[in-house]
Design a protein around this ligand. Structure first.
Ligand SMILES: [Cu+2]
Length: 306
Protein backbone atom coordinates (compact mmCIF):
# COMPACT_ATOMS: atom_id res chain seq x y z
CA UNK A 1 0.00 0.00 0.00
CA UNK A 2 2.79 2.37 0.96
CA UNK A 3 4.49 1.55 -2.32
CA UNK A 4 1.28 2.33 -4.20
CA UNK A 5 0.87 5.67 -2.46
CA UNK A 6 4.47 6.48 -3.29
CA UNK A 7 3.85 5.55 -6.92
CA UNK A 8 0.67 7.61 -7.07
CA UNK A 9 2.44 10.60 -5.55
CA UNK A 10 5.21 10.21 -8.07
CA UNK A 11 2.71 10.07 -10.98
CA UNK A 12 1.01 13.16 -9.62
CA UNK A 13 4.34 14.98 -9.62
CA UNK A 14 5.11 13.85 -13.17
CA UNK A 15 1.63 14.88 -14.30
CA UNK A 16 2.20 18.24 -12.64
CA UNK A 17 5.51 18.65 -14.38
CA UNK A 18 4.09 17.76 -17.80
CA UNK A 19 1.27 20.19 -17.17
CA UNK A 20 3.73 22.90 -16.19
CA UNK A 21 5.85 22.28 -19.29
CA UNK A 22 2.74 22.36 -21.49
CA UNK A 23 1.70 25.63 -19.87
CA UNK A 24 5.16 27.10 -20.31
CA UNK A 25 5.12 26.13 -23.99
CA UNK A 26 1.65 27.58 -24.39
CA UNK A 27 2.77 30.82 -22.82
CA UNK A 28 5.85 31.13 -24.93
CA UNK A 29 3.85 30.54 -28.11
CA UNK A 30 1.21 33.03 -26.98
CA UNK A 31 2.99 36.25 -26.17
CA UNK A 32 5.94 35.23 -24.02
CA UNK A 33 4.16 36.57 -20.97
CA UNK A 34 3.62 34.60 -17.82
CA UNK A 35 3.45 35.15 -14.13
CA UNK A 36 6.07 32.66 -13.20
CA UNK A 37 5.95 30.48 -10.14
CA UNK A 38 7.32 26.94 -9.93
CA UNK A 39 7.41 24.17 -7.35
CA UNK A 40 10.61 22.28 -6.58
CA UNK A 41 10.36 19.18 -4.42
CA UNK A 42 13.28 17.79 -2.44
CA UNK A 43 13.41 14.08 -1.64
CA UNK A 44 16.16 11.93 -0.09
CA UNK A 45 18.02 12.29 -2.55
CA UNK A 46 16.58 13.93 -5.65
CA UNK A 47 14.87 17.08 -6.88
CA UNK A 48 11.58 17.09 -8.75
CA UNK A 49 11.54 20.28 -10.81
CA UNK A 50 10.64 21.62 -14.25
CA UNK A 51 13.32 21.22 -16.92
CA UNK A 52 12.92 24.74 -18.23
CA UNK A 53 11.49 28.07 -17.18
CA UNK A 54 11.30 31.54 -18.76
CA UNK A 55 13.86 34.16 -17.77
CA UNK A 56 13.21 37.08 -15.46
CA UNK A 57 11.81 36.92 -11.92
CA UNK A 58 10.77 33.45 -10.79
CA UNK A 59 9.15 32.50 -7.53
CA UNK A 60 10.20 29.06 -6.35
CA UNK A 61 8.11 27.15 -3.87
CA UNK A 62 10.54 24.66 -2.33
CA UNK A 63 9.00 21.71 -0.49
CA UNK A 64 11.08 19.28 1.54
CA UNK A 65 9.35 15.89 1.28
CA UNK A 66 12.39 14.06 2.67
CA UNK A 67 13.40 12.92 6.13
CA UNK A 68 16.47 15.13 6.32
CA UNK A 69 17.23 18.84 6.03
CA UNK A 70 17.70 19.97 2.42
CA UNK A 71 18.38 23.18 0.56
CA UNK A 72 18.47 24.53 -2.97
CA UNK A 73 21.47 26.29 -4.46
CA UNK A 74 20.99 27.72 -7.96
CA UNK A 75 24.26 27.99 -9.91
CA UNK A 76 24.57 29.42 -13.44
CA UNK A 77 27.26 27.61 -15.40
CA UNK A 78 29.19 29.09 -18.35
CA UNK A 79 27.65 28.58 -21.82
CA UNK A 80 28.21 25.06 -23.13
CA UNK A 81 28.70 23.48 -19.69
CA UNK A 82 26.27 20.77 -18.61
CA UNK A 83 25.15 18.87 -15.54
CA UNK A 84 27.66 16.15 -16.41
CA UNK A 85 30.53 18.67 -16.54
CA UNK A 86 29.43 20.14 -13.21
CA UNK A 87 29.20 16.71 -11.61
CA UNK A 88 32.53 15.34 -12.81
CA UNK A 89 34.62 18.52 -12.74
CA UNK A 90 33.20 20.46 -9.76
CA UNK A 91 31.26 18.17 -7.41
CA UNK A 92 33.75 15.29 -7.56
CA UNK A 93 36.86 17.36 -6.63
CA UNK A 94 34.85 18.88 -3.73
CA UNK A 95 33.80 15.39 -2.68
CA UNK A 96 37.42 14.19 -2.74
CA UNK A 97 38.49 17.03 -0.46
CA UNK A 98 35.52 16.30 1.78
CA UNK A 99 36.60 12.64 2.05
CA UNK A 100 40.13 13.81 2.94
CA UNK A 101 38.65 15.91 5.77
CA UNK A 102 36.31 13.15 6.92
CA UNK A 103 38.63 10.16 6.63
CA UNK A 104 42.24 11.37 6.53
CA UNK A 105 42.18 14.25 8.99
CA UNK A 106 42.99 16.91 6.38
CA UNK A 107 43.26 20.28 8.13
CA UNK A 108 40.70 22.89 7.16
CA UNK A 109 43.42 25.45 6.42
CA UNK A 110 44.73 23.18 3.66
CA UNK A 111 41.38 22.64 1.93
CA UNK A 112 41.78 25.26 -0.79
CA UNK A 113 45.40 24.37 -1.44
CA UNK A 114 44.27 20.81 -2.11
CA UNK A 115 41.07 21.73 -3.96
CA UNK A 116 42.03 24.52 -6.34
CA UNK A 117 44.47 22.58 -8.59
CA UNK A 118 41.71 20.01 -9.19
CA UNK A 119 39.08 22.52 -10.28
CA UNK A 120 38.78 23.54 -13.95
CA UNK A 121 39.35 27.14 -15.02
CA UNK A 122 35.63 27.55 -15.72
CA UNK A 123 34.88 27.18 -11.99
CA UNK A 124 35.57 30.92 -11.77
CA UNK A 125 32.80 31.48 -14.33
CA UNK A 126 30.07 29.90 -12.19
CA UNK A 127 27.60 32.42 -10.76
CA UNK A 128 25.74 31.44 -7.59
CA UNK A 129 22.36 33.14 -8.01
CA UNK A 130 20.74 32.37 -4.64
CA UNK A 131 18.52 29.57 -3.39
CA UNK A 132 16.83 28.59 -0.17
CA UNK A 133 18.37 28.47 3.26
CA UNK A 134 18.33 25.07 4.99
CA UNK A 135 14.78 23.69 5.05
CA UNK A 136 13.89 21.05 7.69
CA UNK A 137 12.06 17.82 6.74
CA UNK A 138 8.38 18.44 6.05
CA UNK A 139 8.83 22.23 5.80
CA UNK A 140 8.79 24.54 2.81
CA UNK A 141 10.35 27.82 1.75
CA UNK A 142 9.52 30.43 -0.87
CA UNK A 143 12.16 32.42 -2.71
CA UNK A 144 12.13 34.81 -5.68
CA UNK A 145 15.18 35.17 -7.92
CA UNK A 146 15.93 37.00 -11.18
CA UNK A 147 17.47 34.61 -13.68
CA UNK A 148 18.94 35.38 -17.10
CA UNK A 149 18.74 32.84 -19.94
CA UNK A 150 21.27 30.03 -19.62
CA UNK A 151 22.04 26.68 -18.03
CA UNK A 152 21.68 26.34 -14.29
CA UNK A 153 22.45 23.58 -11.79
CA UNK A 154 20.26 22.92 -8.75
CA UNK A 155 22.32 21.47 -5.90
CA UNK A 156 22.08 20.37 -2.26
CA UNK A 157 25.34 19.46 -0.55
CA UNK A 158 24.00 18.87 2.94
CA UNK A 159 25.45 15.57 4.28
CA UNK A 160 23.55 12.48 5.32
CA UNK A 161 24.21 10.57 8.53
CA UNK A 162 26.99 8.55 6.85
CA UNK A 163 28.65 11.76 5.78
CA UNK A 164 27.83 11.42 2.08
CA UNK A 165 26.96 14.60 0.20
CA UNK A 166 23.33 14.79 -0.92
CA UNK A 167 24.60 16.08 -4.28
CA UNK A 168 26.65 12.92 -4.82
CA UNK A 169 23.63 10.83 -3.75
CA UNK A 170 21.49 12.44 -6.46
CA UNK A 171 20.53 16.00 -5.49
CA UNK A 172 21.85 17.62 -8.65
CA UNK A 173 19.62 18.72 -11.50
CA UNK A 174 19.89 20.85 -14.63
CA UNK A 175 17.49 23.73 -15.25
CA UNK A 176 17.33 25.65 -18.52
CA UNK A 177 16.26 29.28 -18.39
CA UNK A 178 14.93 30.19 -21.83
CA UNK A 179 14.98 33.47 -23.78
CA UNK A 180 11.25 33.80 -23.22
CA UNK A 181 10.50 36.55 -20.65
CA UNK A 182 8.43 36.13 -17.51
CA UNK A 183 6.28 39.08 -16.47
CA UNK A 184 6.58 38.32 -12.78
CA UNK A 185 7.49 41.29 -10.64
CA UNK A 186 9.45 40.87 -7.39
CA UNK A 187 7.37 40.69 -4.21
CA UNK A 188 6.95 43.60 -1.83
CA UNK A 189 9.33 43.09 1.11
CA UNK A 190 8.56 44.26 4.64
CA UNK A 191 12.01 43.41 6.04
CA UNK A 192 15.19 44.45 4.23
CA UNK A 193 18.53 42.77 4.83
CA UNK A 194 21.66 44.42 3.45
CA UNK A 195 24.95 42.54 3.49
CA UNK A 196 28.39 43.92 2.96
CA UNK A 197 31.64 42.06 3.50
CA UNK A 198 31.65 42.56 7.24
CA UNK A 199 28.18 43.66 8.20
CA UNK A 200 24.53 42.58 8.14
CA UNK A 201 21.89 45.29 8.47
CA UNK A 202 18.26 44.25 9.13
CA UNK A 203 15.56 46.92 8.70
CA UNK A 204 11.89 46.30 9.48
CA UNK A 205 9.55 45.17 12.21
CA UNK A 206 10.49 41.63 13.29
CA UNK A 207 7.18 40.66 14.86
CA UNK A 208 5.55 37.19 14.83
CA UNK A 209 3.90 36.27 11.51
CA UNK A 210 4.73 35.86 7.84
CA UNK A 211 7.37 38.17 6.40
CA UNK A 212 8.88 38.74 2.99
CA UNK A 213 12.56 39.59 3.27
CA UNK A 214 14.63 41.27 0.59
CA UNK A 215 18.33 40.46 0.61
CA UNK A 216 20.67 42.92 -1.02
CA UNK A 217 24.41 42.48 -1.33
CA UNK A 218 26.42 45.66 -1.56
CA UNK A 219 28.79 45.63 -4.49
CA UNK A 220 32.24 44.66 -3.23
CA UNK A 221 34.88 42.75 -5.11
CA UNK A 222 36.64 41.20 -2.11
CA UNK A 223 34.36 38.22 -1.58
CA UNK A 224 34.35 36.23 -4.80
CA UNK A 225 31.78 33.57 -3.91
CA UNK A 226 29.03 35.95 -2.85
CA UNK A 227 27.04 35.94 0.39
CA UNK A 228 24.19 34.07 2.02
CA UNK A 229 21.79 34.35 4.96
CA UNK A 230 20.53 31.66 7.33
CA UNK A 231 17.66 32.27 9.74
CA UNK A 232 17.85 29.94 12.73
CA UNK A 233 15.33 29.61 15.54
CA UNK A 234 17.21 29.05 18.83
CA UNK A 235 16.57 28.69 22.56
CA UNK A 236 17.64 31.31 25.05
CA UNK A 237 20.56 29.12 26.15
CA UNK A 238 21.65 28.02 22.65
CA UNK A 239 25.38 27.72 22.03
CA UNK A 240 26.05 30.10 19.12
CA UNK A 241 29.63 28.87 18.70
CA UNK A 242 28.20 25.40 18.12
CA UNK A 243 25.82 26.84 15.53
CA UNK A 244 28.68 28.55 13.71
CA UNK A 245 30.58 25.27 13.74
CA UNK A 246 27.56 23.36 12.41
CA UNK A 247 27.12 25.77 9.51
CA UNK A 248 30.74 25.24 8.45
CA UNK A 249 30.70 22.63 5.67
CA UNK A 250 34.34 21.73 6.33
CA UNK A 251 33.64 20.56 9.89
CA UNK A 252 33.30 16.78 9.92
CA UNK A 253 29.93 16.96 11.67
CA UNK A 254 28.97 20.30 10.09
CA UNK A 255 25.96 20.57 7.72
CA UNK A 256 25.24 16.95 8.46
CA UNK A 257 22.22 14.87 9.54
CA UNK A 258 20.99 14.85 12.29
CA UNK A 259 20.75 18.62 12.43
CA UNK A 260 20.79 19.93 16.02
CA UNK A 261 19.39 23.34 14.94
CA UNK A 262 16.02 24.53 13.64
CA UNK A 263 16.52 26.43 10.40
CA UNK A 264 13.73 28.80 9.49
CA UNK A 265 14.48 30.36 6.11
CA UNK A 266 17.18 32.29 4.38
CA UNK A 267 18.89 32.83 1.07
CA UNK A 268 21.72 30.79 -0.42
CA UNK A 269 24.89 32.23 -1.98
CA UNK A 270 24.08 35.17 -4.24
CA UNK A 271 26.20 37.68 -6.12
CA UNK A 272 27.27 41.17 -5.10
CA UNK A 273 24.95 43.85 -6.44
CA UNK A 274 21.95 41.51 -6.58
CA UNK A 275 18.64 41.56 -4.70
CA UNK A 276 16.63 38.42 -3.92
CA UNK A 277 13.59 37.63 -1.77
CA UNK A 278 12.50 34.96 0.66
CA UNK A 279 9.31 34.53 2.64
CA UNK A 280 9.22 32.94 6.06
CA UNK A 281 7.00 32.73 9.09
CA UNK A 282 8.48 33.93 12.40
CA UNK A 283 7.20 32.91 15.82
CA UNK A 284 7.89 34.85 18.98
CA UNK A 285 11.28 33.96 20.40
CA UNK A 286 14.98 34.20 19.67
CA UNK A 287 16.45 33.98 16.18
CA UNK A 288 19.98 34.10 14.82
CA UNK A 289 20.52 35.64 11.39
CA UNK A 290 23.93 34.61 10.15
CA UNK A 291 25.94 34.93 6.99
CA UNK A 292 28.62 32.28 6.74
CA UNK A 293 30.68 33.98 4.03
CA UNK A 294 30.29 37.49 5.36
CA UNK A 295 33.26 38.42 7.50
CA UNK A 296 34.44 34.89 6.67
CA UNK A 297 32.31 32.82 9.01
CA UNK A 298 31.01 35.22 11.46
CA UNK A 299 28.37 37.86 10.94
CA UNK A 300 25.63 37.17 13.43
CA UNK A 301 22.55 39.15 14.38
CA UNK A 302 20.87 37.92 17.52
CA UNK A 303 17.23 39.09 17.43
CA UNK A 304 14.14 38.66 19.54
CA UNK A 305 10.82 38.40 17.71
CA UNK A 306 7.98 39.73 19.87
CU1 LIG B 1 19.76 17.68 0.65
Amino acid sequence: MKQLIKLLTFSAIIAGLINQTAQAQMHSSEADHSDHSITIIAEDYAYQAPNQIPSGWTTMQFENHGNEDHFLLVAKVPDGKTLEDYTTQIVMPFNEVWYALRDDGLEQELVFEKLMPNLPEWFAGIEFMGGTGIVPAGESSEITLRLDPGTYILECYFKNEDGELHSVEGMLRELTVTDSQSDTTPPEADINITLSNFDMDIQGDLKPGKHTFSVHIIENPEQGFGHNVHVVRVDEDANIDELMRFINFFEVDGMRTPSPFTFAGGMHLMPAGATTYFTTELKSGRYIFLSEYTGFLGVVQDVTVE
